[in-house]
Each structure stands twice: as C-alpha cells, then as structure tokens.
Design a protein around this ligand. Structure first.
Ligand code: FA5
Length: 374
C-alpha cells in the first residue's frame, strides 16, 4: 500500500472520531463512540492498524510514527469529553469557587405606597380621637352617592359629565315590564357581586334609580354607616373616589378622601373645629392653623371649606359642616334628637404637604425611583 493512501485513511479517521466524541452529550453516546473508534476488538483504529503491515517496507517507520500520533490524538479527544461530562454533572456549588469576602447581592425591600402610608397614619390619629374605621364600596348606587345626601336627581352634581357612570347596556326593543324585570335582576347581580356587597334591600332608590357609578366622594359611607348604626356614630372612612377632572398638580381623576362623621346628642360646630384642629396638629405640626370659609354642600348645613395654613399661606384641604337634617331623616334618625358633623379631606393634598411633593401626579406614575424615597 502506498504511504499516501495510509496517511489519508488515518487523517479521515481522526476527523470522524473527533467529531463523534464532540457530539456525545451523555455517557452512553460517548461510550458508543469509544467502542466504534478505539474498541479493542472491532474498533476502526484497530482496523487501520492492520493496514500498517501492508505499507511498503521503506515507508513503514513514517507510517508507524503517524499512526501513533493519530491514536494519541483520538484518545485525548475521548478523555476531554469524559471530563466535560463529569464536570457538567457536578453540583454547581462545588463547581464554583465561593469567595466569602465579596459583598452579597443587595436585595431592595418593597415598601407601602406613600398614599397608603398616609392613610395608615390618619387612621391611627383618628383612632386616638375615638373614631373607628368603616369601609364602603367604590361602585355606588345613586341613593348613597346622591339622593340620601340630599342631592336630588336633577342636581348638577349628578350630571353624567361630572361622574363615571357604569355602562349597564341598552335595553332597546324590550317591553317596559320586561325591561324593569331584567334591570332588577342586573342590579341584584351587580350589587351582590360587589365587595362588600351592596345592601340592595337597604337602598330605597334602587327600583327607581338603578344607575351605578364610581363613587365621587366618600360621603357615601356616611349614609352606609348611619343605615347600619344607631347614634352615637363616630367613624372615619378612607378610600378611592373618582371624578372626570383634568389631571394637574393638585387634581387627579382618581384620588383618595378621608371622611369623618360624628352623630350624637348635642354635637356642635365647635366640636367639628376642635376635632379638625387636633387632627391637623397631629398630622402636620403644632403650629398649623385651620380656618373655616363659608361654603355649600347639599348634605351639610352650615357648610364650610377647611383650609390649613403654613408659612407659605393657606391651602384648601376639604369640606365640612353640620349634617343636614334631611340626611339624618333619610337614614331614619330624628334631627330633633341628634345632630352631627361631617368632614371630607383630600388625602393626596395631605400626603403632598407632609412630604413636600409639588405635583400629586408623581404619586401615580409608579416610578420606583420616586416611590423609593418614602
Ligand atoms: C367633597 O368631596 C365633600 N364630600 C366633602 C365633605 C364631606 C363636605 C363631608 C361636607 C361634609 P370637595 O369636592 O370639595 O368636597 O372635595 C374635598 C377635597 O377633595 C378637596 O378639598 C380636595 O382636597 C380633594 N379633591 C377634590 N377633587 C380632587 C381631585 N380631582 N384630585 C385630588 N384631590 C381632590
């Protein structure tokens, strides 16, 4: 056999064996490749070795030398894959060198949103003044949002452009009786699916005013609380309210209010003012002043705007007043026996003042770099 033919056969074998070992992805595939190329009995290297005796005698030393080199290269390729598979099956912790002096990964702790923090603090302050916390639904019926609060259906405050009414679908083509029956079913289903469920049976206006809306004020909870309780009533409620207001530095279409209500015998405006003064001093600082400006809310009489003052001037925080006798009557209280005060303040404005936030829109951008400061 010519030397060149023998060497060509050897080189081809080396290439094939190297590729086969490199492709082996587990021990079984590697062993199959080993048997095929370097198996003691029928391996292909053994077969090529037999051809060595047929090479011309003068060329045999060169052929033998090259054979040994190729044999060694194939065995090294096999050994490299043995090691690769062994290290892949070792547990990562032992494979990797641990340096205990390297500082650990810093894991940022989450925190409550500044509005939630403010609400928790306001609840705590009012709790110390003897007020307990109640909640009401954000989806409201017209009775609680308007009518029981002495706001008649034709009042501008009920205007669809001033509120987020829920789309309850069109009932076109139905007979009036069918329409009413279907509406009652929808109302009952919607009311009971809310959390907490709307007390349909307690809502005298539902059959005649079935529209639902996102509540526009937490004053709704005054009504819900008085429907459930007998005086003395001393509650606060904090939560989201919705109005189609244009967003600016002090307004947002979704914002939070804290509502306060105290009903008992002999409650006066003096009680309202001292309660709000104590509240303001606890929430802000001892040197904060409050002032009442005459105003109008259908559910309080007299009504006032509540301003608070700092070095840079007065800021409007909310509304307040003595509960209107019509509201007391709507929930079955005798206005000759009981009087009460109520107030509703904007929580974004309180939060902004406490933290020096110039624009309340920052609170709702969900920028963690901003939120992380509180
Ligand atoms: C009311 O909502 C009355 N329910 C308050 C009330 C309760 C009066 C009980 C009497 C008795 P008013 O619409 O003024 O009132 O809102 C109260 C406060 O909510 C405002 O002073 C302001 O601080 C805040 N506020 C109102 N609209 C927005 C808004 N779009 N974005 C942020 N805060 C707002």
């Amino acid at each position: 056999m010519a030397l060149s033919n023998f060497l060509t056969e050897l080189d081809a074998l080396l290439d094939e064996a190297t590729d086969a070992f490199a492709a082996a992805c587990d021990a079984a595939a590697l062993e199959a490749a080993r048997v095929q190329f370097v198996g003691a009995k029928s391996g292909r290297l053994k077969a090529v070795q037999k051809g060595l005796g047929k090479v011309d005698k003068a060329d045999r030393p060169a052929a033998g030398k090259r054979f040994n080199e190729v044999k060694q290269a194939i065995e090294s390729a096999h050994q490299a894959v043995v090691e690769r598979l062994a290290s892949a099956s070792r547990p990562a912790a032992t494979a990797r060198c641990v340096d205990p002096t390297v500082p650990g990964d810093c894991c940022r702790l989450g925190r409550l949103h500044p509005i939630t923090q403010t609400i928790e603090e306001l609840k705590e302050i009012m709790g110390r003044l003897g007020f307990s916390v109640v909640d009401g639904p954000e989806v409201e019926d017209q009775w609680h949002n308007f009518e029981a609060l002495n706001i008649p259906p034709d009042h501008p405050a009920c205007n669809p452009l001033e509120n987020f009414y829920l789309d309850q679908g069109s009932a076109g083509g139905e007979r009036q009786g069918d329409k009413e029956t279907r509406r009652q079913g929808e109302i009952a289903a919607t009311a009971s699916s809310l959390s907490p469920p709307l007390p349909v049976s307690l809502s005298p206006c539902l059959p005649v005013s079935p529209s639902f809306l996102l509540r526009s004020q937490t004053s709704t909870v005054q009504i819900r609380a008085m429907e459930r309780m007998r005086p003395p009533v001393r509650i606060i409620s904090c939560g989201r309210v919705y109005r189609p207001d244009t967003a600016d530095a002090t307004h947002y279409p979704m914002f939070h209010q804290i509502e306060g209500l105290l009903v008992d015998r002999g409650v006066t405006m003096a009680d309202l003012k001292s309660t709000l003064r104590l509240f303001a001093r606890s929430a802000f600082a001892d040197d904060v002043h409050i002032r009442f400006r005459p105003s109008f809310f259908p559910f309080t009489e007299p009504s006032v705007e509540v301003d608070m003052s700092w070095a840079d001037g007065w800021i409007e925080m909310g509304g307040a007043g003595m509960v209107d006798p019509n509201v007391l009557r709507a929930v079955g209280y005798d206005p000759e026996e009981f009087t009460g005060f109520a107030f509703g303040l904007g929580i974004e404005r309180i939060c902004a003042r406490r933290h020096g936030i110039a624009d309340i829109r920052e609170l709702f951008k969900n920028d963690v770099r901003f939120l992380h400061q509180f």
